[in-house]
Design a protein. Sequence first.
Length: 289
Amino acid sequence: MAEALLDIGVRAVAAHAGRPAAPYARMPLAPGVKYRRILLKLSGEALMGDKGYGIDPPVLAGIADEIIDVHNLGVEIALVIGGGNIFRGVAASTTGMDRASADYMGMLATVINSLALQDALESRGAKTRVMSAIEIARLAEPYIRRRAIRHLEKGRLVIFGAGTGNPFFTTDTAASLRAMEIGAEIVMKATRVDGVYDKDPKKFKDARMFRRLSYLDVLTRHLAVMDSTAISLCQDNNLPILVFNMTRPGNIRRVVLGEPLGTLVVDERREPRVADEQAPVSEEHSHGK
C-alpha cells in the first residue's frame, strides 16, 4: 500500500509541475524469447509432490525457482493455481455437500496455495501480488483487471486466487478468462505428463502423444486438456493452449524460448499432428491431467 501511495504521489507532483510522469519501463526481453506475457496454470496436485495431501516444500521451492528463471528473461508471468491438493469442490459435492458451498471451499484452497507460492517467490527476491476473485482484504488484493496489467508491466509476478469467484467454474476456466483479460499470448498448462495422448498410456502401450490439436479436436474427442468451458473460451478468442510436463526441470524456460515441447492447442482445421518419436511412458501419464 505504501509503495502504491508513493507512486501516486510522485506522479501527482510531476503533473502539478506541468510535465507528464515518465512511463513505466518494462523489463527488457532476452533474445530468442517467444512470448512477452504468459499465463501459467498449475494444478494444486503439482504442489503435493509424492505426498497425498497439502504442500511439499521442496517441490514448491523448485517451482518457484523455475518461475523466477523464466521471469528473469523479461517474460511477464501471471499464474493460476488449483486447489486439489487441499480440497476439491466437485469431489465433495458427490458426497452430498451443496455444490456451491463446496466450490467456495475449493476457492479458499486456491488462495492458500497462492499465498504459499507467493512466500516461496518473495523469499527468493521476486516481487509478487496475489489477487483474489473473492475479497480477502488482509491477505490479497481484490482482482481488478487494470491493476493486474499494471503489476505485470512493472515486472511483478501476479498470482490469481479463488478462481473466477463463482461456483460451478473450474480453475481451468479461470485461467482462460484471466489470460484473455490481461492480454496473455498463451495459456501454459503445467502437468505431470509430456502432453495430450489419444488414449490412456497407462493402459495402452501404443498410446500416441499429439504435437498439435485444434480446439474442435479436443472437444469432439473429449480429450482432457481443460474443461469444455475453458476450451470454448480459448477457441472463441483464438488463445493458444500449451500442455507440457513441468516435472522436468527447465521445461518452462524451453517452452518460452520456442522449443517444441508438449501439445499445442490452436485454431487449425487439419488433421491433428502426432509426435514422431515417443518418450518412454511413465506410470503417471494420463490424458493430459
